[in-house]
Design a protein around this ligand. Structure first.
Ligand code: WT7
Length: 653
């Protein structure tokens, strides 16, 4: 969505305000707004206090060491994330508390306690060691939503191996690119999973990816633990079954003391080039922010049942399905499948069944639920809910109000959380016991976070519109891009110098200091809360033999937020047919993954370019949105846009 979207114009006139209810505020983990001033007066002292919430094997010597644009937090300190997620809960009543409640698409339920999870993680950690994995090695994880995916993460963290999770919806090509970029030694995958009743043949996809990798020595394959196993082939000497390797492994495995700055994981995300960036997060600072935000934003209490609907393939799944909830000793729900399978009320059925109290999802899902009707949530008992969250994209005020009324019964605070793969944890949102929430508005920066609006020159704009920037490092900041520190500096710290982190989003800020985040200002799309680079889709299109040139832009979409519109020119005498159009869409889905499938492919004899040959995406966006065209005077050939527009109107009406 762009800043000229009418929805966001309304925000400046938003007058509805929702202060915390007395009941909520009385029990909240944070009840006193003075925390903001205290954190601002001494940010390092604030973070140091927050770090004390975790178990450290040895204390840190320095809190922060900032050599712009590189930072180190809690240097000299050692800890282990798996220890903080598991071991430290075993001495008290949490030992037998559910760590995860998993539900399969077809309704099977598996519950694992902290003690059981600890044993399983230790066994798998020992198995990984036996397979030759040691500290610093990279391990790729390509798994559906299953408890074993969390075991794999925690087992890596336990022995100091660096995990790189690849969303199971990504294609074999996307998987092999990511494996190759960080030279993973081992891949953990599954025979398959379910999505909308369809079998996802994951091992087959992994096998295809492995045809073009050179670093993988072993593949561990998890057999879906309930229901029918999916047939797959195992390669002798390379592939082993998860259940075989853990069978005789010891349930004791000491957690490796990790330096605060040792890498915990790499997670690839899209940028403005065709090549995804391996975002690097380290151990100490990341854990501190995961811990703090669970306590402060989600207000987690001992008896909560917390459900974040994100897939572990995204950063939200890392921080708020696994590490944050487990560090705080919460019970976290994991659901295997889609929100509309078998019925459009599957989520509400799960909330009612597991008595979910804290619920965190994406605006795209909320907008889909709105379309499916108010009667669906009304059929279920949602009275257990006490807090709702939103993440991944701007939430339009209408969707916010629907969420508030139909899911939260006008009783639950809503936290609209802005953050990124790069930030590791939540950066901007209200504190539910303190902040007055406004529909469509993410709220103030978290305590200790120096998020600001800046103008084109990098000067702070107290209120108005501008670019979202962060003026001080925070503990869970990305440390670099794997193998490409230059790109790290260039992407985030070149526009206004090495002290200012540029997030890539445009935003507005009101007089109360609250942010309304509008969306990306670079060539990155946000489709259903997932980040997709236009260049990635363009490369996938030109990879097809019929395509000569392509340009991809975002187009406002009622449910997805943005949809992908692709403009292509064809080679030689190829002509666009409905079959070719479908084939091109399928080609993109095959090259990248189904999430990148374009909604519309528009064919043109030529693309609008400046005289120096640069494609004018701005005009393509105007065409895709059906808007009046902006300035066309710099076009090399003005006739081109007329023909494109004709094509567009014919297709879209
Ligand atoms: C981009 C980051 C953070 C985890 C999920 C996405 C957009 C995220 C919000 C929000 C408006 C938001 C931004 C950001 N975004 N949350 N609450 N309001 N926009 O992680 O894939 O790294 O994408 O998502 O554009 O830059 P990601």
């Amino acid at each position: 969505m762009t800043s000229d979207s009418p929805v966001f114009e309304d925000l400046l006139h938003e007058e509805r305000e929702f202060p915390p209810s007395k009941d909520f505020a009385a029990q909240a983990n944070v009840r006193d707004g003075s925390i903001y001033e205290r954190a601002e007066a001494d940010p390092e002292g604030y973070w140091e206090d927050r770090a004390k919430e975790l178990d450290w094997f040895t204390p840190w010597k320095t809190v922060m060491n900032w050599e712009p644009p590189h930072v180190k937090w809690f240097e000299g300190g050692t800890l282990n994330v798996s220890h903080n997620c598991l071991d430290r809960h075993l001495d008290g009543p949490r030992r037998n508390k559910a760590a995860f409640i998993w539900e399969g698409e077809d309704g099977d339920v598996r519950t694992v306690t902290y003690l059981q999870l600890h044993r399983e993680v230790c066994r798998f950690a020992n198995a990984l060691k036996d397979l030759g994995i040691s500290k610093g090695d990279r391990v790729a994880i390509y798994l559906p939503m299953m408890i074993e995916a969390t075991v794999a993460m925690l087992a890596c963290a336990r022995i100091g191996a660096i995990h790189s999770i690849v969303f199971a919806g990504f294609s074999p090509d996307s998987l092999s690119d990511r494996i190759n970029d960080s030279e993973c030694k081992l891949l953990i995958t599954a025979d398959g999973g379910y999505r909308r009743g369809q079998v996802v043949a994951l091992k087959d996809a992994a096998d295809k990816a492995l045809e073009s990798t050179h670093s993988i020595e072993h593949v561990v394959v998890v057999k879906r633990p309930v229901g029918e196993p999916f047939p797959c082939t195992m390669q002798e000497g390379r592939d082993v079954w998860y259940h075989d390797v853990i069978r005789d492994a010891s349930p004791e495995c000491p957690a490796e003391p990790m330096d605060a700055e040792d890498v915990l994981f790499i997670l690839y995300t899209s940028g403005t080039t065709g090549k995804p960036k391996g975002i690097v997060h380290t151990t100490g600072g990341y854990s501190v922010v995961a811990q703090t935000t669970m306590q402060y934003v989600f207000d987690v209490h001992e008896e909560d049942v917390y459900w974040c609907t994100a897939d572990i393939g995204w950063i939200t799944g890392h921080t708020y399905v696994v590490y944050g909830p487990l560090q705080t000793g919460a019970t976290s729900v994991i659901y295997e499948g889609a929100p509309n399978w078998p019925g459009n009320d599957r989520f509400w059925e799960l909330v009612a069944k597991h008595r979910v109290t804290l619920f965190y999802t994406a605006p795209t899902a909320i907008r889909a639920f709105m379309k499916w009707g108010d009667d669906l949530p009304a059929k279920h008992d949602l009275s257990s809910l006490r807090l709702l969250g939103s993440v991944g994209e701007p939430i339009n005020p209408e969707a916010w109000m629907w969420y508030h009324r139909h899911i939260g019964s006008e009783r639950c605070p809503i936290v609209d959380t802005w953050w990124q793969t790069e930030t590791g944890g939540i950066m901007i949102t209200g504190l539910p016991g303190v902040t007055t929430m406004k529909p469509g508005c993410a709220g103030p920066p978290m305590p200790g976070i120096a998020a600001e609006l800046v103008d084109e020159k990098g000067a702070v704009v107290p209120h108005g519109a501008g670019l979202l920037a962060i003026l001080r490092p925070w503990p869970s900041m990305l440390r670099t891009i794997w193998g490409d520190d230059e790109r790290y500096v260039e992407t985030y710290f070149s526009r206004f110098g090495p002290e200012i982190y540029v997030a890539g989003d445009g935003a507005k800020r009101d007089k109360a200091g609250d942010f309304m985040v509008l969306g990306r200002i670079d060539d990155v799309l946000n489709v259903s809360g997932h980040r997709i680079g236009t260049m990635e889709v363009e490369s996938a299109l030109v990879d097809h033999p019929a395509v000569a040139e392509s340009a991809v832009v975002g187009k406002t979409h009622e449910v997805k937020g943005q949809a992908i519109a692709a403009f292509v020119t064809l080679v030689g005498d190829r002509e666009m047919t409905p079959e070719l159009n479908d084939e091109l869409k399928a080609h993109v889905a095959e090259k990248i993954g189904a999430i990148a499938r374009p909604d519309a492919i528009l064919y043109a004899a030529d693309l609008p370019k400046t005289r120096s040959g640069k494609i004018m995406r701005r005009l393509l966006r105007d065409i895709a949105e059906g808007r009046a065209l902006g300035d066309t005077t710099t076009l090399a050939d003005p006739a081109v846009v007329d023909s494109l527009r004709g094509e567009y109107e014919e297709k879209e009406g």
